[in-house]
Design a protein around this ligand. Structure first.
Ligand code: MRU
Length: 349
């Protein structure tokens, strides 16, 4: 059985989350009763990963509901919407953030203040529970793609740390190992935040899985020299045509995988599928501060008068994606047809 620490938990009016900025050196938790602290944690990436961001936003609204001093339903709804507005501005790309906020706001539509407060808290907890269940399902479907002795390459951290539990890209790996298969993982380090080197390597190691860290720019030679059987990555947003926004470096990995005949899978719960948009241009791609590229652990690596450009995500087109592993099954092209079926909950595996 997988035995990893919980990324984020609701403990009776309090939220406890792992401070991912301090991993792998220290496993330190942030505990808070303030929704503003959760907004801050999402913004500065103390918590990150699309599903985990969604769960965190839901819990932030649950904190509003738990601690509100509003005397009327109307006052409470105003307070909730004000928090939601600020939470929506924390990060732009992961659709799970907006999806979770909308779900919780919908739940707040109740007849009385007490009922609305209770429903908000219940909905936030449901989002977390469903995420864990979805990931387990992704694991069950994805595990069938993995053979004993396989090497899997991944980028960023689409692991347990990025979700409620199991992760998305890592779930098929964890379930394969549970079934007794021997699996090796190559984790691309993922400059500049180093989610691969710091987080994926950490959680796989905790789970007893063999992992090698590789620099992002080594994909080409790795594909040529190493036996890589499969690429599995996560997603921050999948459009209804199958364009996938995920951590910077995903698209180059998909290109290399195509040239070298490595099957390239995206693991994504339906909460990461945004049926409201089709084209890649419609995805808001987060640009972060140049300083995150120019400084490594506080030390400047480029000359003082040089700036940097930092897109935090890229977009992989559907023609490079072998399949998308969801909690309702694995879908294959043409994605404009098959994704519609999975968001409706139909099994396409
Ligand atoms: O900037 P991050 O660390 O939030 O980016 C995370 C990713 O790109 C993940 O691959 C994605 O959110 C899927 S997490 C299951």
């Amino acid at each position: 059985m997988l035995n990893l620490p919980r990324t984020i938990e609701w403990i009776e009016g309090k939220v406890r989350l792992i401070n991912q900025l301090l991993l792998p050196d220290k496993l330190v938790y942030i505990e808070t009763t303030r929704w503003e602290r959760i907004a801050e944690a999402i913004k500065n990436m103390e918590i990150r990963g699309a599903p985990a961001i969604g769960v965190a936003a839901g819990f932030a609204l649950a904190l509003v509901a738990y601690h509100t001093e509003a005397n009327s339903l109307e006052e409470f709804i105003k307070e909730l919407y004000r928090a939601a507005e600020i939470l929506r501005k924390t990060r732009p790309t992961a659709v799970n953030l907006f999806w979770a906020i909308d779900r919780v706001l919908q739940a707040a539509k109740a007849q009385s203040l007490e009922k609305a407060r209770r429903k908000v808290i219940e909905e936030a907890m449901r989002i977390q529970k469903e995420d864990e269940e979805a990931n387990r399902k992704i694991g069950e479907y994805g595990e069938r793609l993995i053979e004993d002795g396989d090497t899997i390459i991944t980028v960023c951290n689409a692991g347990s740390l990025a979700t409620s539990y199991y992760g998305t890209a890592t779930a098929p790996i964890y379930l394969s190992v549970e079934k007794g298969k021997r699996v090796k993982v190559i984790a691309l380090e993922t400059r500049p935040y180093l989610q691969g080197a710091r987080l994926t390597a950490w959680e796989l190691k905790q789970a007893g899985i063999e992992v090698l860290v590789a620099t992002d720019n080594s994909i080409g030679i790795l594909a040529r020299k190493e036996k890589i059987d499969l690429a599995i990555v996560g997603a921050d947003r999948v459009t209804r045509k199958g364009y996938v926004a995920n951590k910077i470096g995903t698209y180059p990995l998909a290109l290399v995988a195509r040239v070298h005949n490595i099957p390239f899978y995206v693991a994504a719960p339906t909460s990461s599928i945004d049926m409201s948009i089709a084209a890649p241009e419609e995805i808001a791609i987060e640009k972060r501060s140049p300083s995150e590229v120019l400084y490594i652990f506080g030390k400047r690596i480029a000359p003082p008068d040089v700036s940097a450009i930092y897109y935090a995500f890229d977009i992989t087109p559907p023609n490079l994606i072998t399949g998308i592993i969801t909690e309702h099954g694995i879908v294959y092209p043409p994605y404009d047809k098959t994704l519609m079926s999975v968001v409706r909950g139909k099994n396409r595996c």
